[in-house]
Design a protein around this ligand. Structure first.
Ligand code: VGL
Ligand code: ZN
Length: 229
């Protein structure tokens, strides 16, 4: 057990990475890191640990997701008159919301690039998401219309992946939604709790996300759950 935000999490030990396992690294981009427009507190502290896991996976399956928005994306407060980042806003179809964000991860800008310290040398697959200006995409599997697929499921299935391990940013948005969809798509899903950080907007969102994941049957791990040889 580890205590995390006052919640007891049962942690899996002795994880041996196998051929049908994939590591998913969510949105480790400058805008979510220190100095970025939507910086997640402590985000930079998980880079080294994620690199250690990327090493363990070696030539196995590691997927990076990349938030990749056009300038006119409707999740940006700047594209709604009179709205500020953090304001509550949901489109009728649920494809935008529940809050608005500062401009972030605009395609081909510095803020959308992966942090230079992230070891991307061996990465074979990047999944870009959030490209439709009218639909946000928190999950790396599905856009927020919960219909449009990003291609991650097909990629994992074509590599016979059965188990996924999720790390990155932000715990209570993109990591959370990726984990929930991953389980729905039939993968055994692990959330690496010390290799993620949350935004906690609105306040309490981290704890709610953790409770929903526990109730759904998502498994938890820490970096040291993995067998480093
Ligand atoms: C994210 C808010 C907006 C995330 C992306 O990566 O968690 N959060 N876009
Ligand atoms: Zn975004």
């Amino acid at each position: 057990m580890v205590k995390f935000h006052d919640i007891d999490l049962k942690i899996e030990n002795d994880i041996q990475v196998k051929k049908d396992d994939a590591l998913i690294v969510v949105d480790m981009q400058y805008d979510f890191l220190s100095g970025g427009s939507l910086a997640v507190e402590g985000g930079n502290l998980i880079i080294d640990g994620i690199n250690d896991l990327i090493d363990i996976f070696g030539d196995g399956i590691v997927v990076l997701s990349q938030d990749w928005h056009p300038q006119d994306h409707l999740s940006f407060a700047s594209n709604h008159s009179g709205k500020n980042p953090g304001d509550e806003f949901s489109s009728k179809d649920g494809a935008i919301g529940p809050i608005l964000w500062p401009d972030h991860c605009i395609q081909n800008t510095h803020g959308a690039r992966f942090h230079e310290n992230l070891n991307t040398k061996l990465i074979k697959k990047v999944i870009q998401k959030g490209t439709n200006p009218k639909i946000d995409s928190y999950s790396a599997f599905l856009e927020n219309d919960k219909k449009t697929e990003t291609g991650l499921k097909d990629y994992l299935n074509s590599n016979n992946i059965k188990k996924i391990y999720i790390s990155g940013l932000a715990l209570d948005y993109c990591c959370y939604n990726t984990a929930m969809d991953g389980l729905d798509f039939g993968y055994k899903t692990y959330f690496i709790i010390d290799l993620t950080r949350g935004v906690d907007l609105p306040p309490g969102n981290i704890v709610n996300s953790l409770k929903n994941m526990i109730n759904k049957g998502i498994n938890f791990a820490i970096k040291n759950s993995f067998n480093f040889k």
